[in-house]
Write a protein that binds this ligand. Structure first.
Ligand code: FAD
Length: 587
């Protein structure tokens, strides 16, 4: 990515064909789609790229077996087609993942009103349909396992009532790195992408948006970005953006709760209503959950859904919860009750006696779900909707990480229908993502260089999985400055060089950009990487020209935030303690 001064100057100086607001996977996908059609594109993100929901997912690139149970066949087929494409367009970032789905006596298929005796048959039919919908390029087909076979694969699986299991395949990724790769691919096609650039207002003429006022949240100040088309991909923040746009053209209050038809690609309405659903994940130490390379489906949670335990980086992910949320999107946090619910779910199926001491980290995200009449957020469709407001603001909401490319295509199509231009159809189905071109030759070269530099195998594997064909770029920093070849935290594969690379090539500006997102150290070590903050601030500060005071403040702020984030879920709230004490007195 370009240096920040260049990015801000281009934002102020250029006239764009499309301005994208929101730097999650959806906004990144839209920027790439439009840039590959030849449009002049700007993208602005109020926080860091992928800092919203796009860093807080289960990290699965999947058709979604549970959507089959909801008979959402079109969504599953679409998502499986995208899974196949992503396995080819970003093979370093998207990899096949085997799942074991156990079946217990008395277990129902969530959402299917059939007796539990039919569960193995229904699951088998569902997985056969999943394989079929994936088509010719399916990953390996599913197979059934006896209870003994299942225990052979996962010795910790509870035996009581175990009738058997199924082994099936999906794919996993790192959501942040996927978002960054999509953005970098767009930037390579001349898109301008700025993080810490918040849209605080719009410019308008004759009732139509002509650009936006963007606040620089690092340096202060504002720039006016001029654009013929404006697209909002702000996920959980969509209603706020719609209100700003409506105010700019005097539309009166926006109608974030207005209902319109499904998948209204052409609808000229205000953005349809969103329901927000909070999803919490726990990061559990691999030593506590020894599943090797396998993921496990927890077939029924206490609130009747599926949950997953999935290998991720050096640890395991356990998630997710699904509860309605109506607070400030920026303030969403895991709470002690979420942690306990997830541990209970895991302990129902895995004989591991997990408790809070096994939890390394926790994070919460918000599903921006398209409004429906479904009784609970867990059964609301993940389909996306694209709407065009009278102001010209094109908004896209809903969807999945997996289907970002189609959402992007539909959004740019809608923007071009609303305001036509000379550009052709989407070509992103044929555009490899950054780090994919020449992957096999460059990754074996990278492994060779890593060996010569004395770097261990786990580090080389991590670099290739994260940066793909661009891994030599990180290694060349180590070749220039051997001290950058040290691990940031013992036992973790992340190198000091990645911090420097994160600033120079991935737009990192703050400590949490590199500790939470460019690396995932903040989640993979139990102190939230607070003890590495000072070392990392040295590296970051040297690149960004921080003075001593800025560095000191950055470290203090980071440590305070890491502590507060952990305290939010790790400690029992005072009110609960008081209630417990009162109960004890009453007894
Ligand atoms: P976001 O990533 O939230 O991006 C919106 C961005 O807009 C934010 O970064 C925000 O800061 C920015 N913004 C807001 N207002 C402004 C403004 N005024 N100016 C500038 N920027 C602004 N999908 C899958 O396919 N697989 C999964 O395994 C999966 N698991 C999930 C698990 C959970 C718990 C959740 C919550 C979702 C999951 N999803 C999954 C869905 C997927 O993560 C989301 O659909 C996707 O990340 C949404 O991306 P987005 O870009 O639309 O939103």
């Amino acid at each position: 990515m370009e240096p920040r001064e260049t990015v801000l100057r281009r934002l102020a100086d250029q006239q764009f064909d499309l301005l994208v607001i929101g730097g999650g996977i959806t906004g990144a996908g839209i920027a790439l789609d439009a840039a590959t059609r030849g449009m002049r594109v700007a993208l602005v993100e109020q926080s860091d790229f992928a800092a919203g929901t796009s860093s807080r997912s289960t990290k699965l690139v999947h058709g979604g077996v549970r959507y089959l149970a909801q008979r959402d066949v079109a969504l599953v087929r679409e998502a499986l087609a995208e899974r196949d494409l992503l396995l080819r367009l970003a093979p370093h970032l998207v990899q096949p993942q085997p799942f074991v789905l156990p079946v217990y006596r008395g277990q129902h298929v969530p959402g299917v009103p059939a007796p539990s005796i039919a569960t193995p048959l229904l699951t088998s039919i569902g997985l056969a349909a999943y394989d079929l919908l994936a088509g010719r390029r399916n990953l390996q087909s599913h197979r059934g396992l006896t209870a003994l076979g299942a225990r052979g694969l996962i010795p910790s699986l509870r035996t009581e009532g175990l009738r058997g299991a199924f082994l099936y395949y999906d794919a996993r990724t790192d959501d942040v790195r996927l978002t960054l790769a999509v953005l970098q691919t767009a930037v390579a096609r001349d898109a301008v992408a700025a993080n810490y650039a918040e849209v605080v207002g719009f410019t308008a003429r004759s009732g139509r948006l002509g650009g936006a006022t963007v606040r620089d949240r690092i340096g202060g100040g504002e720039v006016t970005v001029r654009a013929t088309r404006v697209v909002g991909a702000t996920g959980a923040w969509s209603a706020r953006l719609a209100a700003l746009a409506a105010a700019a053209v005097g539309e009166g209050p926006s109608q974030p709760d207005g209902r319109d038809g499904h998948n209204g690609h052409n609808g000229r309405q205000a953005p349809r209503g969103l329901r927000l659903s909070k999803g919490v994940h726990l990061v559990i130490s691999r030593d506590s959950v020894p599943l090797g390379a396998l993921a496990v489906v927890l077939p029924t949670t206490t609130d009747g859904r599926l949950a997953f335990v999935v290998p991720w980086g050096t640890q395991m992910l356990l998630g997710t919860t699904d509860t309605p949320y109506d607070g400030d999107p920026a303030a969403v946090r895991p709470e002690p009750a979420d942690v306990d619910a997830l541990l209970d779910d895991a302990n129902r199926y895995l004989d591991l006696g997990l408790d809070r001491s096994d939890v390394v980290g926790a994070f919460a995200g918000l599903r921006p779900l398209v409004q429906s009449d479904a009784a609970s957020t867990a059964t609301t469709s993940r389909e996306h909707a694209v709407t065009v407001a009278p102001s010209g603001l094109v908004s896209v909401t809903g969807g999945k990480l997996t289907t970002y490319r189609r959402m992007a295509r539909d959004t740019v199509d809608a923007a071009l229908r609303a305001q036509p231009g000379p550009w052709g159809a989407s070509t992103t189905a044929r555009v490899p993502l950054a780090g994919a071109a020449g992957l096999s030759a460059r990754s074996s070269a990278a492994r060779g260089v890593a060996r010569e530099l004395g770097l261990p195998t786990d580090v080389a594997t991590h670099l290739v999985a994260s940066y793909g064909a661009d891994a030599p770029g990180v290694l060349s920093l180590v070749a220039e400055r051997p001290e950058l070849g040290r691990r940031l935290v013992e036992g973790q594969p992340y190198l000091a060089a990645e911090i420097v690379y994160g600033v120079r090539h991935e737009g990192a500006q703050r400590l949490d950009d590199v500790l939470q997102r460019r690396t995932r150290l903040a989640l993979e070590v139990s102190d939230g990487a607070a003890s590495s903050a000072a070392t990392v601030a040295e590296l970051l500060g040297a690149e960004l020209g921080w003075d001593e005071e800025t560095r000191r403040r950055a470290v203090a702020d980071y440590r305070a935030e890491a502590e507060a984030a952990r305290a939010a879920w790790a400690t029992v709230p005072e009110a609960a303690v008081r209630a417990g004490t009162a109960r004890a007195h009453a007894r």
